[in-house]
Design a binder for this molecule. Structure first.
Ligand code: NAD
Ligand code: UD1
Length: 334
């Protein structure tokens, strides 16, 4: 099977391309490098010993994308390309609506024109807004609190409508919880530009003494130690979920939604303490006020993905902490 992967040189995309190649899929990546680097192309080839086709193109450019579909004759699509920073989406909402929605529309138009009937889409647990109950199940009410989240919800609606209009079309929305970790080789991982917003990239830089201390956003939540609880998932487990999803999408039709999480919540301090222990480093922190828009706790009920995709997270919080730090140490060796 030949799979077109948009955003395939990004953090989650690159790990998924590795798993696809290792499972003998043929892969075509389209990425405009707006948030990734061409080095990742070589690193994926080093890890897997396999080659794949790469186009440096914007997925919003429908004419170029159409040429790629005509040439490559892919069987299915995994759509990672998009912008993902919540804060930036509040400052530049149109940029987010334009890139995330237009890339999806141009992609699906090309799929329709070339008879490609299955897509797996990167959605997010952010579509559950502030959940009333935990763990979160797929049929919980949906709402969003920022433009980034709204783009994810809109795209879920768009793909559902496309499935409703064509009963041979298949769309699987994967709602990721909090991806962290890196490939065990340390060659690919997440290294955001500037000061990180998310917890793990921040912890890693404090451990590496690039930043002085972590600010823990609130210790007065209704959680076991007062700090925010999240469902952290190893990016390699997440990547494997995409292989299960494309298999399912190829064999079925209609719109389907799956949580990809471990089902276990860890607090900010749980993560800090585990990170210190497994990596034998210090992570100084101070408690500060809550971050606006944060919720106390968020974790998945992952049983639908197990029942219908045969997927379950295998790696634990210790591997996530070890691999996140290993990636940064390996980056410094260059
Ligand atoms: P990333 O920024 O590392 O990867 C996205 C890739 O898409 C980048 O390589 C970027 O260059 C590319 N891209 C962006 N717009 C493009 C366009 N118009 N045309 C071609 N390429 C384009 O992000 P990631 O963490 O790997 O996330 C992948 C997807 O998963 C995104 O859609 C994101 O919203 C979603 N997601 C991520 C998280 C997370 O915590 N990382 C959580 C939930 C959902
Ligand atoms: C954030 C986004 C979410 C997005 C997800 C993955 C917000 C409000 N939410 O989720 O939409 O899908 O990233 O990209 O931005 N924390 C600290 N100190 C820090 C950073 C974080 O204490 O410096 C805490 C947070 O308060 C939270 C936890 O760590 O309790 C995890 O934060 P983060 O990694 O940013 O992820 P989310 O907030 O879950």
């Amino acid at each position: 099977m030949k799979v077109l992967v948009t955003g395939g040189l990004g953090y989650i995309g690159s790990h998924t391309v590795v798993e696809l190649l290792e499972d003998n899929y043929e892969v075509v990546v389209v990425d405009n490098l707006s948030n990734s680097s061409i080095d990742v192309y070589d690193k994926i080839k080093t890890i897997t010993g396999k080659d794949f086709v790469f186009y440096e193109e914007d997925v919003c450019n429908e004419d170029k994308l159409d040429e790629i579909f005509a040439k490559e004759k892919v069987d299915s699509v995994i759509h990672f390309a998009g912008y993902k920073a919540v804060g930036e989406s509040c400052e530049k909402p149109l940029m987010y609506y334009e890139n995330n929605l237009m890339s999806t529309i141009s992609l699906v138009k090309c799929m329709q024109r070339h008879g490609v009937k299955s897509i797996v889409f990167s959605s997010s647990a952010t579509v559950y807004g502030s959940p009333e109950k935990l763990p979160i199940e797929e049929d919980f009410p949906l709402s969003t609190t920022n433009p980034y989240g709204t783009t994810k919800l809109f795209i879920e609606h768009i793909l559902t409508d496309v499935c409703n209009a064509d009963n041979t079309f298949s769309a699987i929305m994967l709602r990721y919880f909090n991806p962290i970790g890196a490939h065990k080789s340390g060659l690919i991982g997440e290294n955001p530009k500037g000061i990180p917003n998310n917890l793990m990239p921040y912890i890693v830089r404090v451990a590496d003494k690039q930043l002085k201390e972590l600010s823990v956003f609130g210790n007065d939540y209704d959680t076991h130690d007062g700090t925010g609880v999240r469902d952290y998932i190893h990016v390699v487990d997440l990547a494997k979920g995409h292989l299960k999803a494309i298999e399912k999408a190829a064999k079925s039709s209609g719109a389907k939604f799956y949580n990809l999480g471990t089902g276990t919540g860890y607090s900010v301090l749980d993560l800090v303490e585990t990170f210190k222990k497994v990596n034998n480093v210090d992570v100084p922190y101070k408690i500060v006020g809550r971050r606006p828009g944060d919720i106390a706790a968020c974790y998945a009920d992952p049983k639908l993905a197990l029942e219908e995709l045969g997927w379950k997270a295998e790696l634990g919080i210790e591997e996530m902490c070890r691999d996140s730090y290993n990636y940064i140490l390996k980056q410094k060796e260059k």
